[in-house]
Design a protein around this ligand. Structure first.
Ligand SMILES: Cc1ncc(COP(=O)(O)O)c(C=O)c1O
Length: 425
């Protein structure tokens, strides 16, 4: 007789306490942060860590400029501002992403215009971009979602043909590659997040703005710190207290920067570890009827920020909505000790902020007199994103230091749950 499901009182497949959290912190990281605390002059450390992280991330990517920030959203807002995008302008981005991608556009009074996603990789569908381009479009913002590089060549080709800029939202894709090129190096500007869950992290909050262009770099730097160009730790020497433009306060934190620099030394090793774990899952889970594993096009090297799994009731002859099967499978897997969950619940344009279009108040920026368009945000315009969100969930714990030993238990748990589906549905 098949083993009893944990949700029905059986023994959980994954023993409690086995899954190690992210980030994976080592003595090297602890030393890096302690060195900041133990330094004689913490103000000097602010300059050292800021400049060190700027230099090292720029070197890693092979770009000229990097500005560490206090969040990925801040870095993306700096991207929008750096390109001179503002009131009345439109930026094209995928309907499936984190709301922060769109928020960065709204923060500079510009209008997000959404495009549906590719059915297999869940990144923006390049074949649907052109129909959304208007005379107001200034940029395309592909998102390398879940660490999967977007299909950049057709995006860059369309941008070139229409004279548009490209902003890469690489918040989840540190070290991912498209045709050998690193994410964050293919567009005009890029923003990375270093929030706690990301492949490169400060351990709490943070971000990175990058570009090869000196003008974009200077504009971004002005926006980052109250409209002035001031190196952290040199405020007394540099600051004129004369804002040269509209500025925010987007600086990062010294301890987080020291931590991220230490983690960066192991980024490639950690990414390879994630890939090993996820390839193992794909090899085994793909054999289970009713389960869909990630598709990786040959030209793309994802870094698996998250491992995404889909359900296919039709493959099992089940006449239920994918959401029903997905939720039942998730519940049973959780009981088996597998950490699974959802991320976005609806396409971004379906969120209340876009339905209400209140924005800054009185409907700005949509009602701004500079805006001549009439963008509509209808959930039904993004059927692929909607279908993806209804049928997929995430498997966590694929991060270092978790090993294949744990992945094997995940596979066992999936097999057990899928073998006992009739008990669940
Ligand atoms: C795709 C995407 N874009 C932007 C962001 C914003 O980054 P942060 O949370 O660091 O502001 C995130 C973070 O979760 C993200 O996942």
């Amino acid at each position: 007789m098949a083993e009893k499901l944990a949700i029905h009182g059986g023994r959980p497949t994954v023993p409690p306490g086995m899954i190690k959290p992210w980030p994976h912190i080592t003595d090297e990281d602890r030393r890096a942060v302690m060195e900041v605390l133990e330094a004689e002059d913490i103000n000097e450390q602010r300059r050292i860590q800021f400049e060190g992280l700027s230099r090292e991330w720029a070197e890693y990517l092979g770009v000229r400029y990097c500005i560490p920030t206090n969040s990925g959203t801040a870095a993306l807002h700096m991207c929008v501002a750096a390109l001179g995008i503002g009131p009345g302008d439109e930026v094209i981005l995928p309907a499936f992403t984190f709301w922060a991608s769109a928020a960065a556009v709204l923060h500079h009074n510009a209008i997000p215009v959404f495009v549906d996603i590719e059915p297999k990789t869940f990144c923006i569908d390049p074949s649907k971009i052109e129909e959304k381009i208007s005379e107001r479009t200034k940029a395309i913002m592909p998102v390398h979602v879940h660490g999967m590089p977007a299909d950049m060549d057709p995006i860059l080709e369309i941008a070139g043909r229409y004279g548009l800029k490209v902003i890469e939202d690489a918040a989840q894709a540190h070290g991912a590659r498209y045709k050998g090129r690193l994410c964050g190096t293919m567009g005009d500007v890029a923003g990375f997040s270093m929030q706690m869950s990301k492949p490169l992290t400060t351990g709490s909050e943070g971000g990175l703005f990058v570009t090869d262009d000196e003008l974009y770099y200077k504009r971004a730097a002005l926006l980052q710190y109250f409209g002035e160009l001031v190196i952290p730790g040199r405020e007394r020497e540099d600051q004129e207290y004369n804002a040269y433009g509209l500025g925010w306060m987007y600086r990062g934190d010294v301890f987080g920067q020291a931590f991220a620099r230490s983690q960066l030394r192991r980024l490639d090793e950690y990414n390879a570890w994630r890939i090993r774990n996820c390839n193992f899952l794909t090899e085994h889970l793909s054999k289970i009827p009713g389960i869909e594993t990630p598709y990786v096009p040959p030209e793309r090297e994802p870094v698996y920020y998250n491992y995404v799994v889909g359900v296919k009731p039709e493959e099992l002859g089940l006449d239920v909505h994918p959401r029903v099967l997905r939720d039942k499978v998730q519940e049973a897997l959780k009981a088996e000790g597998v950490p699974v969950g959802l991320w976005q619940r609806m396409p971004v344009p379906a969120q209340e902020v876009f339905q209400a279009k209140v924005g800054y108040g009185r409907g700005c920026p949509w009602s701004c007199r500079h805006y001549s368009g009439r963008v509509e945000y209808r959930e039904e315009d993004y059927p692929v994103a909607k279908a993806f969100l209804d049928s997929h969930f995430y498997v966590y714990g694929i991060n270092p230091p978790n090993r294949l030993e744990l992945m094997k238990l995940y596979v066992e748990a999936f097999e057990k749950v899928m073998d006992n589906l009739e008990e669940l549905i």
